[in-house]
Design a protein around this ligand. Structure first.
Ligand SMILES: [Cu+2]
Length: 296
């Protein structure tokens, strides 16, 4: 797989040279050759995917440094208690049980300690939630629509020098080109510039069902609901290809509707826009975009 091929620094350097040597003309069709695959799962991977946004880093910190140690300690503590009571108070060892029913100190402790733990978690959780929900001033806006045909439709508004939309469908798994990822690569990838705030408007076709738009490396997980416009944002700090999968049990092809975002330099983004405008002109239908802040 391309991920494995790019694992060594030398391979990455070679890939980088190949990317720099690429021409604008084959931007749309050259596949994974012009950006490194970062946001894809690796064989045998443990833990969270590599984060490339501020929110993504915070999520990984929250999971790895705050939640995982707490839940590990609690699980081990409960396990130790279970082993302790099941051995010490086993019927054979403790034929005459004590008749104690209350212990004020213990009862206060098992109420107050969990409250303190929850407050500690909240101290990290609420700022993160705020960061996810308060969208900074956007450089670009794109709209993603979950379609009834189990695919994502990407719309680039006219105001953004776009004015086109396209549907992103999973590649035919029986004729998967070499280097393409099984169940992840699509025919038309979304392309965005690196280091820019992208406001993502997420919804689902009124004739369809609820999906969930997810790109783990961006720290994005948001429902795509018919008749409702949800908004989220990301600012990718690294060029590369990032994958996500629908995260709502939406129906028979739930597992076959990946979302793929390619993060490129501003110059390449502009080139891609020109290519895409021509390529997707035939399928263009006017798209309406909500005013910023009017999503609720
Ligand atoms: Cu779905």
């Amino acid at each position: 797989m391309i991920r494995d091929k790019l694992a060594s620094p030398t391979a990455r350097m070679t890939a980088a040279v190949a990317i720099l040597g690429g021409t604008a003309g084959n931007l749309v069709t050259s596949g994974t050759a012009w950006a490194q695959v970062i946001g894809a799962p690796r064989p045998g991977q443990m833990g969270m995917p590599e984060a490339v946004t501020d929110v993504g880093h915070d999520i990984n910190f929250f999971h790895d440094v705050i939640l995982l140690p707490i839940i590990t300690v609690i699980s081990l503590f409960v396990l130790a208690l279970l082993i302790y009571v099941s051995t010490k108070f086993h019927e054979a060892k403790n034929p005459v049980p004590a008749r104690t029913t209350h212990n004020a100190v213990l009862e206060v402790a098992w109420t107050v300690i969990p409250v303190i733990i929850l407050l500690f978690i909240a101290a990290f959780s609420f700022p993160l939630l705020t960061k996810q929900l308060v969208i900074p001033k956007a450089d670009h806006v794109i709209k993603v629509t979950g379609t009834p045909g189990w695919a994502w439709q990407w719309s680039y508004p006219k105001e953004e020098n776009g004015g086109f939309e396209f549907t992103s469908k999973l590649l035919d798994q029986d004729k998967l080109p070499p280097g393409k990822l099984r169940l992840l690569d699509v025919d038309n990838e979304a392309v965005v510039p690196v280091g820019k705030v992208i406001r993502v408007q997420v919804t689902a076709d009124p004739a369809g069902i609820i999906h969930s738009f997810v790109i783990p490396s961006f720290g994005i997980r948001i429902d795509a609901v018919p008749g409702r416009l949800n908004e989220t944002w990301f600012k990718a700090e690294k060029e590369g290809v990032y994958y996500g999968q629908c995260s709502k049990l939406c129906g028979k092809d739930h597992a076959y509707m990946p979302a793929v975002v390619r993060v490129v330099s501003e110059a390449r983004y502009k080139q891609w826009l020109e290519e895409a405008k021509k390529n997707f002109a035939a399928t263009h239908t006017p798209v309406r975009y909500a005013e910023a802040g009017a999503a609720q």
